[in-house]
Write a protein that binds this ligand. Structure first.
Ligand SMILES: [Zn+2]
Length: 56
């Protein structure tokens, strides 16, 4: 499995085999909160704020 890179510091971020889309991870290098936005292809993005702001 490929290792995507942290969008903040570009470190390799290990993805668990049982990772799910929308799962949250912490970057091992900068500690940033990341979200798996897609598994195929693997893409990471910054985790959304905990605020509920899904409206327009
Ligand atoms: Zn990072």
């Amino acid at each position: 499995m490929t290792h995507p890179t942290c969008p903040a510091c570009e470190a390799d971020v290990p993805i668990p085999d049982d990772a799910m889309e929308n799962e949250l991870l912490a970057c091992p290098d900068c500690g940033g909160e990341l979200e798996i936005i897609s598994l195929n292809p693997l893409e990471l993005d910054f985790a959304p704020e905990v605020e509920e702001d899904w409206g327009e």
